[in-house]
Design a protein around this ligand. Sequence first.
Ligand code: SAM
Length: 217
Amino acid sequence: MRPKVAIVGVGPGGPAQVTPAAREALRSSEMVVSWDLNLGPVRELVAGKQIWLQRPADYRDVAARAARAAFATGAATAVVRIGDPTVSGGLDNLLELYAGAEVRVVPGISSVQAAAAVAGIELHRAVVFSFHDEDRRNAEERDFLLEAHRRGRHLVVLVGPSMRPADLAQFLMENGTDPATPAVVGSRLTLPEERVDRCTLAEMALREYDWLSVVVV
Ligand SMILES: C[S@@+](CC[C@H](N)C(=O)[O-])C[C@H]1O[C@@H](n2cnc3c(N)ncnc32)[C@H](O)[C@@H]1O
């Protein structure tokens, strides 16, 4: 069967950031595939549906089994992504997994936009980096960070275990960036626990932040 599959961005966490289009895509789905965290702002919309919950230990397996079930039954399927699916959301893998289905991507508000908004920068003058996943290309990405900064672009960085805000600050300073360079760290943006730290690289290098953070330099 050729199932209808919506890859749905639900925004950075606050219920007010879920778009009407995302709500509609979830309402009209029969089956939902998601990490628990991603369901936060839309939990009541998916109540009663068949939910495939992904966890760190089994997320690939759950994704593959859910896709097989969608093709076998033709169930209208919503794959939920935090923020926007086109930003560090595993979109390439999903499009491969659902090749042959009737797929549409429902954009969401990204944490990148939320961070750009609190920092007051224009995204077309920035380069977006993601260190969320352990990736073989991380060394290449680090070189590109320096190049983008040298060329006067803002850096918008989704941090991860291999690149926390302190690591980023340290890396930029070790490679010649002025320690007084201003930065903004947005943590848990749009959630009730939201924190925004306006600091310098030197200060950022000494601070700990929530893992759910975006840095703008
Ligand atoms: C797997 S990526 C997903 C990005 C997502 N697709 C987006 O558009 O925001 C997860 C990373 O997004 C960032 N992130 C997601 N939600 C956030 C929030 N509410 N506040 C700050 N950073 C957030 C963090 O850097 C986190 O490590």
